[in-house]
Design a binder for this molecule. Sequence first.
Ligand SMILES: [Zn+2]
Length: 311
Amino acid sequence: MSDQVVVALDVGGTGMKCALVRPDGTVHHEERHATPADRGPEAVTETILAVAASLAGKARADGLTPIAAGIGVPGVVDEQNGVAVWSANVGFRDVPLRDLAVQRLELPVALGHDMRVGALAEARLGAGRGRRHVLFVAIGTGISAGLVIDGAAYPGAHGAAGELGHVVVRPGGTACGCGMRGCLEAEAGGKAIGRRYAELSGEPGATAYDVTTRAARGEELAVRVWQDAIEALADGLITAQALYDVGVIVLGGGLAEAGDALLTPVRAAVAARVTFHRSPEIVRAGLGDAAGCLGAALLALDALPAQEKST
Ligand SMILES: [Zn+2]
C-alpha cells in the first residue's frame, strides 16, 4: 500500500535528523531537533520518544499510515535487544530504548547503531547500490566504518564492529582518545589533520577544511599534512580490504566533501599497496547526511514480519 511510512530518527550528539520515509526509500517529510545531551540521558530519551510520537501523529494527519519506527543512536548499541548500551556524547547507559518507544508509539520499533544504519543506506540506496559487499567509511572528526553484506550491516558479536578508526597504522604514533597510539583516526581523522597542521604552522585554529583548501592551492605544508593523512588512510583501507575483500569502499563523512581532492590521491595510495588483494572500487558517498535516517527506516522495515510490509 502506498500510504505507508516509517518514522525514522538519526540521533547525534548535538542534533537529531528525523523523517517520514516511504518503504521505497523516498522521504515524505523531514525535520530536525536539538539533542539535549547537556540535560542528561533521561532528557534525551524523552525527546526521542516525543519527537517520534509527534512524527507518527504528523503521518496520520497527512493521511498516511505509520507502520514502524527506526532509531539510530551513537555509541555501543545492542540491536538484538534494542538497548542503547553506552554513549560518550549522549550519556546513554543501558537504556531500553526500543521497548520504551514501542510503549509510546504502539508500533514495531528497531534500534540501530548510527554508523551501521548509515552504511546500510549507502549500500542499498546510495553509492553502493547493486553491490553485494560494501564497506562504508565515514571520515569526520573521527573515523568509523560499517560493513554491509548482501544488504545487511554486520554488527559483530557485541555490537562493536567497524571501529576502523582504532586500527593502528602508525605504531608509536599520535596518542588517540582510545588510549592507544597511531590509530587511523589519530593520524587521518578530521580533528587530527587540523591539529597536525596547527602544530606545524603555529596557527591554533586551523581545521581539516583549511588544510584541504590550502593543499588545493599548493601550499607546501598543507600538501604535506594532507598527503600524510592520505597515506595513513590508505594503510587503514588496505587492511580493511585484506580482511573483508569488498567490491566497493564508499567514503563519506565531512572529509569526503573534499571530493576528488580526497578520492584521487586515496585511490592512488591504495592501488600502490595492492599485492594479493583484489582492488576495491573507491567512491564517494551518495546520500550525504540523509543516510542515517534512511538507514534507520530500512532497519525498521527489515525487522517487520513479511505480511506487514507493502506488497
Ligand atoms: Zn584509537
